[in-house]
Structure formats: C-alpha cells, structure tokens
Design a protein around this ligand. Structure first.
Ligand code: HEC
Ligand code: HEC
Ligand code: HEC
Ligand code: HEC
Ligand code: HEC
Length: 449
C-alpha cells in the first residue's frame, strides 16, 4: 500500500515536472482568459467573418463531439497513466483550445461546463500570433502577444478600437503550420499538411494555404472598413465540407476491350488524379482518414459483382487493401481498460478488395492505431495521393460462366471517411461523423458475349 502511494505521488511529481517543462517550451499559463476578447465582440464589426468562422471547424475545435471524446476518453486517461505521453494532457489543448492552454486551465472542464475553452481557435489566437519559436513551425509553437494590436494582412487598415500591424507571418503558411503539423512524443510526424504542401508544386508556385482555404471576394471586412476587391474570407472548408471534397480527385477508367466472353477476363485500369488538393489526400488527421475506391461490375438486371484491386507487391500493401478479417486499434481498449479486448475491424465497412489510399500509423507494439499521440512509426507505407499525383490501379475481372450475355457497367466510386466506421461505432459517435462521402465516380460499359 505504502509502495503504491509512493509510486503514485512520484508519478504526480513527474507530471508536474513535465508540465513545467512544457510551460517553458510553449506559452502555457502565460496569460488569462480575460486577456482575450470573445469572438462575438469582434463580430460586432466583422460580422461576415464572424459568421463564417462560427460555421467553420475552427470554432468547434474543442466542442466538436469526436474531439471531446478522443481527449477525455482516450488521450487524457492515457496521459495520466503513461509517462511517455503525459505531455498530451496539455498538448492537445495547445491546438484545440488555445485559450485554455494559454490560461493554464489544464485539463479544461468538459464542454458542458461552458468555459472559454469552448471558443476553440478564436479570432484573438490567429490575430495575436506574432511568430513561432521553431524555424519550421509545428506543435503549437506559436508566439502570442495578447494585447490590442491585431496582426493582419494589410498595411492600410485602420480600426476605431484596436491597432493593426501588417504581419508577414499572418499571411504565411507557417501560421497554419504551428497547428497543422504535429510530432508525437515518439518523434513520428503525425500531422504534416504544411510539410506536404512545402515539398509539393503549390509552394513552388506561391499558392498558399490561405489562397485555397480563405477565398477572396470584393466587399468590406468590417462595418466601418474600406471597400476592397479582395477581402479574405474565413470559411476554412476542408474535408468536412462535402463540396470542398467533391471532385478533388478525378477518376478515368480505361479498358482496351469493348467485349468479353463468359469465363474470360476483362482487364481495365483506374487512374486517380489529385488536381485540386495542395497536399496529400487524405492529410491532417491521417491516422483515421480513409479514401477508397470501390469497383463493381453491374449486369443489365442490376446484379453487382465486387471487383478487387490487383496487388502491386509493395511493402505494407496489405494495409491498403480492404480486408474485413483484419483487426486493429487494440490500444483503445487498453486505455479504456476493457478486459480481453482483441481490437476491432481495421477497415470498418469498406468492401473487401477495395484499394484504400491511406497512411497507417503504428503504436510502440507495432499495432495499427488511431491514437496519433501513441504513434511510434508511420513511414512504412504511405499510399495517399500527393498534390498533382496520379495513381494507377489495375483490375482483372473474371466474368462468371453462368452470367447472362448483355451489357455490363463497370462502376468505380471513390469514397472518403473521417473515421473507420468500426471506431465510430465503438466510441458511440454520431453516425454522420464517419459516414462515407462520395468524392467522385466513373463508369464504362462492356458487352458480355
Ligand atoms: C468597432 C469595430 C471593430 C471591432 C469591435 C473590431 N474591429 Fe477589427 N477592424 C475594424 C475596422 C474598421 C478595421 C479596418 C478594416 C479595413 O481597413 O478595411 C479592422 C481591421 C481588423 C483586422 C485587419 C488588419 C489588417 O492588417 O488588415 C483584423 C485582423 C482585425 N480587425 C481583427 C479584429 C479582432 C480579432 C477583433 C476582436 C478582438 C476586432 N478586430 C474587433 C473594426 C473593428
Ligand atoms: C486560423 C486563423 C484565423 C482565425 C481563427 C481568424 N482569422 Fe482572420 N485572418 C487570418 C488570416 C491568415 C488572414 C489573412 C488572409 C490572407 O492573407 O489571405 C485573416 C484576415 C482577417 C481580416 C482582414 C481581411 C482582409 O482581407 O482585409 C480580418 C478583419 C480578420 N481576419 C478578422 C478575424 C475575425 C474577426 C476573426 C474571428 C471571428 C478571425 N479573423 C479569425 C486568420 C485567422
Ligand atoms: C491555433 C491552431 C491553429 C491554427 C493557427 C490554424 N489551425 Fe486550422 N485547425 C485547427 C484545429 C484544431 C482544427 C480542427 C478542428 C476539429 O476538427 O476539431 C483545424 C481545422 C482546419 C480546417 C478544417 C479541416 C477539415 O477537416 O474540414 C482547415 C481547412 C484549416 N484548419 C486550415 C487552416 C489554415 C489555412 C490555417 C492558416 C491560415 C490554419 N488552419 C491555422 C487549428 C489551427
Ligand atoms: C491548391 C489548393 C490547396 C492548398 C494550397 C492547400 N489546400 Fe488544404 N485542402 C484543399 C482541398 C481541395 C481540400 C479538400 C480535400 C481533402 O480533404 O484533401 C483540402 C483539405 C485540407 C484539410 C483537411 C485534410 C483532410 O484530408 O482531411 C486541411 C486540414 C487542410 N486542407 C489544410 C491546409 C493547410 C494547412 C495548407 C497549407 C500548408 C493547405 N491546406 C493548402 C486544397 C488546398
Ligand atoms: C499541433 C496541433 C495539434 C495537436 C497537438 C493536436 N491536434 Fe488534434 N487536430 C489538429 C488539427 C489541425 C486537426 C485538423 C486536421 C484535419 O482536418 O484532418 C486536428 C484534428 C483532430 C481530430 C479529428 C476531428 C475530426 O473531426 O475528425 C481529433 C479527434 C483530434 N484532433 C483530437 C486531438 C487529441 C485528443 C489530441 C491530443 C492527443 C490532439 N488532437 C492534438 C491539431 C492538433
């Protein structure tokens, strides 16, 4: 008993020590909630920007159901029992509820308590950030000066209630990188949207994150502001917006043959071109995102035959072809202390044989995980589609002997999901958080003779 108490208090001291190190390396506890104005206050003049921000995920980064569940049911309990990941107790909050982080309110109260943690990534966060402590920012390494001076993109802005200062940093993708790139306690890059962008064609052409995620249109940014022809809007649409996602990858199907005999084989291919996304798709929370291509042969009577993708033979490919029998995510059950937990379906309800464009993450025991903070390795296989990259998938469909002759349609449907359905069901999330969204589709017709 004595020993156990000793251990407990030692662990508590360690947690405190680590928190202290964090406070030094980041900006934790350097301010108070009252140092920051509420978004509604800014919205009195910046009405449209406020409405857009309010509809975007930026305002929901703490209150959004899956964020709350993952922090309070998985990350926080894990941080309390495993020293190596103890830093995420404050770390998640550094990006998801920066006001709580800066105020040292760690862990914040749950959403229902309606503290100011709920404001998420608010106006005063982005517009008071002056730079980053890192040359190439990541892990909430922002430097923030909570005062009346608002950092912005213009040299001639004048406001009656606050000062404004032109900021190169505010206009740069490095601002976004402070939260959109993340390294796990094991040193794995578990979010790398900025680094992906930087290595790709859009950075070279000078197309910033802001250019694709903050559209520009004529108007005023404030009720007493100047008429301008390029006001930066705050929609921040990403994969959670069905319209933003739609058509982001083109599909071209091609078959040499126009007809095939029963019992014969139809060879065809699908080319998938990412012509719209400035980084990989999927990006961001890669540990739980899937993009997959379902291919079906549909006969004249509407009967469907699944057509599996042909394997290419690269290392780790098994993680990129849907397999109902594969299990994963054992760490979730361990954190939740469920006895005899063997994991759950790796791919949820993705049909067997579909190609999955994903980057699997592995925990220190080599099991696939959606716990990005518990990720030790994620470079073994990266089968996502890079900016302006095309992936070619091959298919060889053996036509059943007993099939009726006639017209057959080969259909290819590309879907995206935020979270594997198995994980969504296990964590009891609302179904619309993980329902598949159609990104694109294509079809060709052949005759079965
Ligand atoms: C009383 C009205 C009012 C309130 C309240 C207000 N602003 Fe402004 N703000 C303005 C006006 C006017 C401008 C100038 C717009 C222009 O030049 O077109 C401006 C400009 C800005 C700019 C642009 C600076 C630039 O470089 O282009 C930012 C950023 C900004 N405000 C942020 C905020 C934030 C954050 C809040 C809340 C803390 C806030 N404002 C509250 C009126 C207001
Ligand atoms: C995630 C960071 C982020 C958040 C949150 C954010 N902004 Fe901005 N805001 C920016 C960036 C970046 C720009 C400049 C865009 C560019 O350079 O194209 C900007 C531009 C502006 C401008 C100037 C627009 C123009 O074109 O003149 C105003 C005003 C402004 N923001 C106010 C606000 C207000 C008010 C809120 C909260 C309701 C808010 N911002 C929330 C990042 C943010
Ligand atoms: C202070 C941290 C922070 C900064 C700075 C920041 N973001 Fe974010 N952003 C977040 C968080 C946290 C989320 C996730 C919200 C959620 O789902 O809980 C997010 C969500 C998004 C999304 C929505 C993605 C989706 O899945 O739909 C887009 C797009 C986005 N950010 C773009 C940007 C851009 C562009 C910038 C720079 C101008 C930026 N962010 C700066 C923290 C930040
Ligand atoms: C050329 C346009 C373009 C540029 C540049 C761009 N994005 Fe995106 N981004 C998109 C599109 C389109 C989507 C929706 C498809 C998707 O989810 O990949 C998207 C999705 C996202 C998502 C959701 C990720 C996912 O796949 O779930 C985030 C977060 C994001 N972008 C952040 C950023 C940041 C940060 C930058 C800069 C470092 C950036 N984007 C640069 C076009 C762009
Ligand atoms: C370096 C900043 C950063 C840190 C640290 C961070 N996140 Fe995030 N988180 C983000 C951003 C940015 C996104 C949005 C990416 C995207 O759209 O795919 C996000 C997305 C998420 C999502 C997905 C939301 C959705 O709608 O699917 C969850 C859940 C989440 N984070 C929980 C956590 C937890 C729990 C921790 C701590 C273990 C954490 N995050 C640490 C920046 C961060």
């Amino acid at each position: 008993m004595m020993m156990r108490m000793m251990k407990l208090s030692l662990a508590a001291v360690l947690v405190l020590l680590i928190a202290a190190v964090h406070a030094e390396s980041a900006e934790m506890g350097q301010a108070k909630y009252e140092d920051f104005k509420k978004p509604k206050y800014c919205g009195a003049c910046h009405r449209e920007i406020y409405q857009e921000w309010n509809q975007s995920l930026m305002s929901k980064s703490f209150v959004h159901e899956w964020d709350e569940v993952e922090y309070f049911k998985l990350a926080l309990p894990h941080a309390m029992k495993l020293e190596k990941v103890s830093g995420v107790k404050a770390g998640c909050i550094g990006c998801h509820a920066p006001l709580a982080f800066l105020s040292g309110d760690i862990p914040p109260k749950p959403v229902a308590d309606k503290t100011r943690a709920n404001e998420g990534v608010s106006c005063e966060i982005c517009h008071n950030i002056t730079g980053s402590k890192e040359a190439v920012p990541f892990n909430f390494s922002y430097v923030i000066e909570p005062d009346k001076v608002k950092q912005g993109p213009r040299k001639d802005a004048e406001s009656p209630v606050h000062e404004t200062r032109y900021s190169e940093f505010n206009r740069s993708p490095e601002l976004c990188a402070t939260c959109h790139d993340e390294q796990s306690p094991y040193g794995a890059w578990v979010k790398a949207t900025y680094r992906e962008w930087k290595a790709g064609p859009y950075a070279k052409e000078g197309t910033r994150c802001q250019d694709c995620h903050m559209y520009r249109a004529p108007g005023k940014s404030a009720s007493k502001g100047k008429e301008r022809n390029d006001i930066a809007h705050h929609s921040f649409h990403g994969s959670h917006d069905k319209g933003k996602l739609a058509g982001s990858v083109d599909i071209a199907l091609y078959s040499k043959k126009k007809s095939v005999a029963r019992g014969g084989t139809l060879d065809f291919r699908a080319a998938l071109f990412n012509g719209k996304v400035g980084h990989y798709i999927p990006s961001g929370s890669t540990e739980e995102r899937m993009l997959w291509l379902e291919v079906w042969a549909v006969d004249a009577a509407g009967k469907k035959y699944a057509v599996p993708v042909e394997a290419k033979g690269f290392k780790g490919e098994e993680y990129t072809i849907a397999d109902r029998k594969a299990t994963a995510y054992q760490a979730m059950g361990e954190i939740m202390e469920i006895a005899d937990y063997k994991g759950i379906s790796r791919d949820g309800n993705v049909p067997d044989g579909s190609r999955i464009f994903r980057k699997p993450f592995f925990d220190p025991q080599g099991r696939m995980t959606i716990c990005q903070w518990y990720t030790a390795e994620n470079t073994m296989v990266d089968y996502r589609i890079g900016p302006r990259e095309t992936k070619i998938e091959k298919y060889a469909w053996t036509v059943p002997e007993d099939m009726e002759p006639g017209r057959v349609t080969i259909e290819a449907n590309l879907y995206y999901s935020q979270i594997p359905s198995s994980v969504g069901e296990f964590m009891k999330l609302p179904a619309d958080e993980y329902a598949p969204v159609l990104v694109n589709k294509a079809a060709i017709e052949v005759d079965v003779e």
